[in-house]
Design a protein around this ligand. Structure first.
Ligand code: NAI
Length: 219
């Protein structure tokens, strides 16, 4: 299937489709209409059709989509049909929590190595992976075909470590440090800031409270 330039907004919605379709598949559902998927996911059926049309529509015939096919195709578009090896840099609270999370492997992300500058953490094991000193990072990436580096270090050191990763030819950085990383084109950076999500939640709480207050005043 030929793929045209797809907006980041559409790509951002694909993991959620993938998740729902995975659950439907596990429940033994074979076909689903855009209307049913819309009700399940609380998005409009036209949004679903528009999103899927970016990829040729996924051959909706007669009654709905073939769940298994759609799941496989979206997985393929997300690159989940191949494995990615990742290392974690920063074996503190967050690094250890991510390293300990089993489900990444289910999606083809293989936890391969962990690094920290703190000698007290070197040698400690997280899910069978030994924390190594930072001096060994480059050699490890070279020897183990590592695609992704996860940065769970403070922002003060993230830029410097990112430069080392770029230099060694890492393909992607999953950045949890609170700093924007400027990397050359061709290196993918996905930054995650959990507090952004929390601030969105705070906005919605406030908006709900304000609306309720206004309604009470009207009564
Ligand atoms: P932590 O202090 O438990 O762990 C940080 C680890 O990074 C330590 O083990 C430290 O030795 C190591 N480290 C520091 N500089 C390093 C360097 N140059 N090279 C290698 N290792 C280095 O902190 P925690 O709670 O794990 O958080 C890690 C970072 O992630 C913090 O900077 C925090 O602000 C950020 N964070 C981001 C979140 C997000 O949603 N993006 C959520 C939580 C934390």
């Amino acid at each position: 299937m030929e793929e045209k330039e797809i907006s980041q907004a559409v790509i951002g919605r694909l993991p959620r489709y993938f998740r729902y379709l995975g659950e439907l598949k596990d429940e033994g559902v074979e076909r689903i209409s855009s209307q049913e998927l819309s009700e399940l996911m609380k998005v409009t059926a036209s949004q679903i059709r528009q999103d899927f049309n970016n990829f040729g529509g996924f051959g909706q015939q007669g009654y709905g989509y073939n769940v298994e096919y759609l799941y496989q195709e979206i997985g393929r578009i997300l690159g989940l049909d191949r494995t990615h090896r990742f290392i974690i840099i920063g074996a503190g609270n967050l690094g250890q929590a991510l390293g300990g999370y089993l489900n990444f492997e289910r999606r083809g992300f293989i936890f391969s190595g962990m690094f920290d500058k703190n000698p007290d953490l070197v040698g400690k094991e997280v899910r069978g992976i030994r924390v190594q000193p930072m001096e060994e990072m480059e050699q490890f990436i070279r020897d183990n075909d590592v695609d992704i580096a996860v940065l769970t270090i403070p922002k003060t050191s993230a830029v410097e470590v990112a430069e080392r990763l770029v230099h060694i030819g890492i393909r992607a950085i999953w950045n949890f440090a609170h700093v924007d990383l400027n990397v050359p084109e061709g290196i993918q950076v996905e930054s995650v800031h959990l507090s952004d999500s929390l601030m969105k939640l705070s906005y919605n709480i406030n908006r709900y409270l304000e609306e309720n207050e206004q309604q009470c005043e009207k009564k």
